[in-house]
Write a protein that binds this ligand. Structure first.
Ligand SMILES: [Fe+2]
Length: 398
């Protein structure tokens, strides 16, 4: 029997792969996991590695520690320690130009999301040449680049588990999206996050929480990604306050690091949604830190989304520790909203678009910017028109 025209495609579209099909080849986790780095480099058989990091990580002494570890492998190490917090195309372009003739065999990304994303792009550009702009968008890369080992020093982006790298190009957040920028190995050592200051821990931790929630309610979620997302929600909600306000708490830092990684795996396979879509314009033009931008949009997008999937939001309420026994499904689902409001309040990030210097006259531009993020909006459990986006932004000037 033949399939009716269009029917086969429709079935393909509706079919979900149950295995998390995009995942990092090797992942090491736990206090002291950084000790696995020399062995990983030896297994790759490289003679020289380029560490891509930033000044904060260099100032903390972590970059030097990692350089010594690499040289003990023994593998020669070069260090680039001037990555930007919200990098533009010029950052990876500049690094690739500078190290093109240095026989780099492997890139080690060390730091927060911007360092890791920059390392992913540099790994492609050192292998295949070109500039970042040529790789922006989905599936513009046809072969693997240099091996890339990612070592996060914050618990937030989950970049060590995703095939995405984000840059601000032409005033907008734009992404390189390709399975060829999946890292070769991820080394997640919560001890490396112990010195992250409270504001960084709060912003990156809320980014991770948003990843966990948005992937859980994503229209691209599967039974398998939901497990990753829900566990990530439990871990992050249960530890973020301690990680922020008692930074030396290794148990809290460990839960945050695991939650962030699990949420990253969920991003790679289920995608994020409207919180990210509405947050990106805040980062693009106004350079609001990604985690802060997400935290600003999170309650209002959640309030919008809850009626679309009350069962899932009630489950999320339970996962963040809200008492929901005996409540109606409606009340249980909305407990999630008050629960995340309390978390955001408790960790002390800006609560209003006024606080980050965005004037109300920008409303139209923000809506236009968010509406372009169709790759994210298509995952959101409830459709948003431009008018709906305007309503949500307006609530965030509170
Ligand atoms: Fe994010």
């Amino acid at each position: 029997m033949e399939t009716a025209p269009g029917r086969g495609f429709e079935l393909m579209r509706l079919m979900h792969a149950l295995k998390p099909h995009i995942s990092v080849e090797r992942a090491f986790f736990g206090a002291g996991a950084i000790g696995a780095l020399p062995g990983v480099l030896r297994d790759l058989g490289v003679a020289k590695a380029l560490i891509v990091t930033d000044r904060g990580v260099a100032a903390s002494g972590i970059a030097e520690r990692v350089r010594i570890l690499i040289e003990g492998a023994p593998v020669a190490a070069a260090v680039f320690d001037a990555t930007d917090p919200e990098p533009g195309a010029e950052v990876p372009d500049g690094i690739a130009a500078r190290y093109r003739n240095e026989q780099i065999g492997c890139v080690v990304g060390l730091g927060g999301g911007s360092c890791l994303d920059t390392a992913k792009a540099v790994g492609i550009m050192l292998a295949h040449g070109g500039t970042l702009r040529e790789y922006l968008g989905p599936d513009k890369i046809y072969r693997p680049g240099l091996p890339v080992v990612l070592v996060p020093t914050t618990s937030g982006t989950g970049s060590e588990a995703t095939p995405n790298a984000l840059f601000i190009v032409d005033g907008e957040k734009q992404a390189v999206l390709s399975r060829h920028i999946m890292p070769t190995a991820a080394i997640i050592d919560p001890e490396l996050t112990l010195t992250a200051p409270a504001p960084v821990t709060a912003a990156s931790g809320l980014d991770a929480l948003v990843h966990a929630v948005e992937t859980y309610t994503s229209l691209g979620a599967t039974a398998v990604t939901e497990m990753y997302s829900l566990r990530a929600v439990e871990l992050i909600a249960g530890s973020i306050r301690s990680a922020v306000w008692r930074g030396s708490d290794l148990a809290a830092r460990t839960d945050m690091a695991l939650g962030s990684y699990l949420a990253g795996v969920a991003i790679a396979n289920a995608g994020t949604g409207a919180v990210h879509a509405l947050a990106y314009p805040l980062g693009g033009k106004y350079r609001v830190a990604h985690g802060v931008a997400n935290a600003l949009m999170f309650p209002y997008v959640t309030e919008w989304n809850i009626p679309s999937d009350m069962r899932k939001f009630a489950t999320l309420a339970r996962a963040i520790g809200e008492p929901i026994d005996g409540l109606s499904l409606h009340d249980a689902a909305f407990k999630f909203l008050s629960g995340i409001e309390a978390i955001i309040e408790d960790v002390g990030v800006p609560r209003s678009l006024d606080d980050v210097g965005i004037p109300r006259s920008e409303l139209g531009a923000l809506v236009e910017g968010a509406a372009k993020q169709t790759r994210l909006l298509k995952n959101n459990p409830r459709v948003l028109s431009k008018d709906d986006m305007a309503t949500i932004y307006t609530k965030a000037w509170r």
